[in-house]
Design a protein around this ligand. Structure first.
Ligand code: NCD
Ligand code: ZN
Length: 486
């Protein structure tokens, strides 16, 4: 007799990047064990009819700031991950600009402790900076999945790594196959511009954009991809904001560089017209730009130049976002909870298919971070991470209803159609019928144990700092060994 499973979901439409199939899904413990015709489903403890709903692999958000440790007035792991669960997001990758920053094993331990209250699974981006270069391997051993380099200055004021340190970091990480997220803006341009604008007495919201022109993004992406190509390091461009720098992604991808890139709903759907109305609420790095950037970014998602949607969930308190001078408004706003309804609304408008959306929200990030197969797909053997989506449900986004402590959002009042209704994480509901399942706090865990990056492809290793330093005096490490040097 067939063994009884825990749950059979009947009558759903299962979405993958290639197709949408009418199917039932059987779940035993944390895993999916069958996807197929209703008649083939094993007996189950519980059954659920989901006629009309779409089952999407849970969204994987490569870019969230949960602020814990350091800024619990802005967010905690519990509130941030609750927002994720309510947004159909089953896995997040959390950023290191906390206090202490995640650049030491001790700081990582503090963060992992805080993450014990998580509603969603998570990866941790460790900090790649001048101070942490000699900690990278220890951080990986202790549980980070990946790294982040704040090449452009932003909240937390972590100093940008010097180019020398960035190159050395890539030399350490390339042979390990580990991917580094880069906030790609040129810090020196930003600082000088901001100082000039401040000296001129500018405090209006447009001054923020003026301080961070697209060329700062173009220059930084070019530099980072040059170092990545030389070393063979895997990199990921965070929050890609400018149409003008897309050509670099196309160029370096065509040359075989393993670069992935994200953009965020705010760069696709908002522009300076909104900034003029909303002011400091919309202050974010990189800045939200002129309307001419919106469609090219969308086109780049469609053609694969941009790989995925992330949110840069960057919560601050309403007070911190609404000060008179734009320079005093903290940069960033919450997004992990609103991404799915916003993007599904665009699907309903015919701008993309649900299959495209699943590629951007789940499949591409699962591949980039070495999780694909266990996550990013609804298939036997995968984690039962599922967003149950109602494409007909319409509503209005309201900042007061957000789980995030940061109840201030540029999306407030925006009409949407298409919502996640239930969120299943490894076989357990963390949201059901649009409500958080409170006792699921702590069900989330690190994805470190299931991460499997593809074979590393380091290049030019004979020129790495380590090779030069370790080589006997005057002899390049790649030279044929001398008999008496052996
Ligand atoms: C982020 C934050 O608040 O931590 N802010 C932002 O404007 N995007 C930092 C970041 O991702 O750059
Ligand atoms: Zn950033």
């Amino acid at each position: 007799m067939t063994r009884e499973v825990d749950l059979v979901i009947r009558g759903a439409r299962v979405v993958s990047p290639d197709q949408i199939i009418e199917a039932s899904v059987a779940i035993a413990g944390e895993h999916i064990v069958a996807v197929g015709h209703d008649d083939t489903m094993p007996p189950a403890q519980a059954e659920m009819r989901t006629d009309g709903l779409y089952l999407l692999p849970g969204a994987i958000d490569s870019h969230v700031h949960f602020r814990d440790p350091g800024y619990p007035n802005k967010e905690t792991w519990k509130t941030g991950s609750a927002a994720a669960a309510m947004g159909g997001v089953t896995t997040v990758f959390e950023m290191p600009n906390t206090n202490p920053p995640t650049g030491t094993v001790e700081a990582l331990r503090i963060k992992l402790k805080a993450a014990e209250s998580s509603y969603c699974d998570f990866g941790i981006h460790g900090l790649l900076g001048d101070e942490s270069i000699d900690q990278l391997e220890a951080l990986l051993d202790a549980g980070v999945t990946s790294f982040k380099a704040f090449v452009g200055n932003t909240f937390g004021n972590l100093p940008a790594p010097t180019d020398g340190a960035l190159l050395e970091g890539f030399e350490i990480l390339a042979p390990l196959g580990i991917r580094t997220v880069v906030h790609a803006e040129n810090s020196s341009i930003l600082f000088r511009r901001q100082k000039h604008l401040q000296n001129a007495g500018r405090i209006d919201s447009m001054a923020h954009l003026a301080a961070r022109p697209a060329v700062a993004e173009i220059e930084a992406i070019n530099r980072v991809l040059t170092l990545a190509e030389w070393t063979g390091a895997r990199v990921h461009i965070a929050h890609h904001s400018a149409a003008d720098s897309l050509y670099l992604l196309r160029e370096f991808k065509s040359r075989g560089v393993d670069v992935t890139a994200e953009t965020c709903p705010q760069y696709l759907l908002l522009n300076t017209d909104h900034m003029l109305k909303l002011g400091g609420v919309m202050r974010v790095n990189p800045p939200i730009r002129e309307a001419r950037h919106n469609q090219p970014l969308w086109d780049a998602l469609m053609d694969g130049t941009l790989d995925m949607i992330a949110t840069d969930h960057a919560p601050h308190t309403p007070e911190e976002k609404t000060r008179e001078s734009i320079w005093e408004c903290d940069c960033g706003f919450p997004g992990v909870e609103t991404q799915m309804p916003l993007m599904l609304t665009e699907v309903n408008r015919g701008r993309a298919s649900l299959m495209d959306y699943v590629r951007w929200s789940s499949v591409a990030p699962a591949r980039a971070w070495g999780l694909y197969g266990t996550k990013g797909v609804i298939a036997p053997g995968a984690h039962a991470d599922i967003a149950f989506v109602d494409m007909a449900r319409a509503g209005t986004l309201s900042q007061n209803k957000l789980q995030s402590i940061s109840k201030i959002s540029p999306w407030n009042g925006r009409a949407v159609q298409g919502y996640p209704l239930h969120t299943l994480l490894r076989g357990r509901f963390v949201m059901r019928d649009g409500k958080l399942v409170a006792d699921a706090a702590g069900w989330g865990r690190s994805v470190k144990g299931i991460q499997k990056m593809p074979t590393p492809k380091p290049r030019n290793m004979e020129h790495y700092s380590s090779a030069i330093i370790d080589a006997p005096e005057g002899i390049p490490a790649n030279a044929a060994p001398l008999v008496d040097a052996l």
